[in-house]
Design a protein around this ligand. Structure first.
Ligand code: 3PG
Length: 375
C-alpha cells in the first residue's frame, strides 16, 4: 500500500496535485447540531498534511443511510479548523467550476455521497464522476472500508490509491488487537449475535478472558440454563455449546431489569419470567474490574445495555473503569465512543478507533474490501 507520506516526499513534484479524499463524516446529530465530533477531529491530521503539501483537496463522505441527510453542518464544523468550501450538489456545473478553480492547499467538501444511488451500488458512471475530481485517491475512512461502495472500492480502480494518516493509525490499532499483550481481556457488547459470533469464536483462541455483555449475553446466559425472562435474544438457532462451556467467557452477574414500568436491580439467578434485562448493574462492573486489574491489554466494543433506550449507566461506568485501568486499552463502536465522550475519559485510552462494524469485520477476517482495493 502507498502512503500519502510517500507520495508527497517530493513536495515540488506533488504541489498542486488534486486529491480525492474519502473521509468518514457519519457523525451523530441532534436537531441539526453535531453531538459527537470524534470522527471530524480524527480527519484533521490528513487534511492538514495535504494542505501543507499544497494539494488541492476534494473531500467526499457520507452521513446516515440513503435518507437525504446533508454534510453542510460538518462543513461548518470543519471551517473552525480549515478554510473550506461546501458543494451541495455533486453533479452540478457549479461544483465542477469550484473544483476546477481550487488553488494549492484549498479544500472542497462535496455533499453526502449516499444521496446519490450510485454510491451504494458502486455504479461505474458515478465512480467515473467521483474520480474526475482527483489525480490521486486517498482513503482515510477505515470505518467505511467494509462497504463495497463507489467511493471505497470503485474509485481506487481508476485513481492511484493511497492510505491517509488516520487509515494507517487504525490499521496499526487493529494489528495490536490481533497480537495483544497478555493477560488480555476482550469485552464485547451490543446486539446482532449472529454477526458477532465468528468474532467471539476467533477470540476464544486469542483472549485470556472474554466478557460478553448487552443483548449478546442473553443467548449465552440461556444456553447456560439461566432464566432471562423476556430479554432480547437473537432469535436464530445458533450453536452456542463452545461458548456456553468455555470458562473464558464471563457473563453479567447482576443486571438491571424492567417489568412494565418498574426498573429493578437483580442477581442474574433471580431474573423472573416477566423481567427484561436492559443493563449491567454494579455487581457485574465490580467483576469486570477485578479481571481487568490483572490484565495488560483490553479490547472493548459494544454497549453493556439497551443504550439507545436510555439504559446507559453500565456502559458509561465501564468507560470510566477501563480508562482508569493500568492495562492498555483499545476501543471502537458508535455507542462505546458516545459513552467515552459523555464521561470525558478519552485520555484514558491508548487507542480509540473511529470504526464500528468495520472494526468487527477486520478483526474476524483481517481484511476489508476497501483495504484490498488499496493494495
Ligand atoms: C459507521 O458509522 O460505522 C460508518 O460510517 C459506516 O456506516 P454504515 O454502517 O452506514 O455503512
Amino acid at each position: 500500500m502507498r502512503s500519502i507520506r510517500d507520495f508527497f516526499k517530493d513536495k515540488h513534484v506533488s504541489k498542486g496535485v488534486r486529491v480525492l479524499l474519502r473521509a468518514d463524516y457519519n457523525v451523530p446529530m441532534k436537531d441539526g447540531e453535531i453531538t459527537g465530533d470524534f470522527r471530524i477531529l480524527k480527519s484533521l491530521p490528513t487534511i492538514e498534511f495535504l494542505r501543507d503539501m499544497g494539494a488541492r483537496i476534494v473531500i467526499v463522505g457520507h452521513i446516515g443511510g440513503d435518507n437525504g441527510k446533508t454534510l453542510a453542518p460538518v462543513s461548518t464544523y470543519l471551517s473552525k479548523y480549515t478554510d473550506i468550501v461546501f458543494a451541495p450538489d455533486i453533479r452540478s456545473k457549479e461544483t465542477r467550476h469550484v473544483a476546477d478553480g481550487l488553488r494549492d492547499g484549498e479544500v472542497l467538501l462535496l455533499e453526502n455521497l449516499r444521496n446519490d444511488p450510485g454510491e451504494k451500488s458502486n455504479d461505474p458512471e458515478f465512480v467515473k464522476l467521483l474520480a474526475s475530481f482527483g489525480d490521486i485517491y486517498v482513503n482515510d475512512a477505515f470505518s467505511v472500508s467494509h462497504r463495497e461502495h463507489a467511493s471505497i472500492v470503485g474509485v481506487p480502480k481508476i485513481l492511484l490509491p493511497h492510505t491517509g494518516l488516520l487509515m494507517e493509525e487504525e490499521m496499526r490499532l487493529m494489528q495490536r488487537a490481533l497480537h495483544p499483550e497478555h493477560p488480555f481481556l476482550f469485552v464485547l457488547g451490543g446486539a446482532k449475535f449472529e454477526t458477532k459470533l465468528p468474532l467471539l469464536k476467533k477470540f476464544l483462541h486469542i483472549a485470556d478472558k472474554i466478557f460478553v455483555g448487552g443483548a449478546l449475553a442473553h443467548d449465552i446466559l440461556r444456553a447456560r440454563g439461566y432464566n432471562i425472562g423476556k430479554s432480547v435474544v437473537s432469535g436464530k438457532d445458533l450453536d452456542l455449546t463452545e461458548l456456553a462451556q468455555s470458562d473464558k467467557i464471563l457473563l453479567p452477574t447482576e443486571v438491571v431489569v424492567t417489568r412494565g414500568d418498574e426498573v429493578e436491580v437483580k442477581k442474574i439467578e433471580d431474573v423472573g419470567d416477566e423481567d427484561k434485562i436492559v443493563d449491567a448493574a454494579e455487581g457485574t462492573l465490580t467483576e469486570i474490574k477485578k479481571v481487568l486489574d490483572g490484565c495488560k491489554f483490553v479490547l472493548w466494543n459494544g454497549p453493556l445495555g439497551f443504550y439507545e433506550g436510555g439504559f446507559d449507566e453500565g456502559t458509561n461506568a465501564l468507560a470510566k473503569i477501563i480508562s482508569e485501568a493500568k492495562a492498555d486499552s483499545l476501543v471502537g463502536g458508535g455507542d462505546t465512543l458516545t459513552a467515552i465522550g459523555k464521561m470525558g475519559v478519552e485520555d484514558g485510552f491508548e487507542g480509540i478507533s473511529t470504526a464500528g462494524g468495520a472494526m468487527l469485520d477486520y478483526l474476524v477476517d483481517e481484511k476489508l474490501v476497501g483495504i484490498e482495493a488499496l493494495e
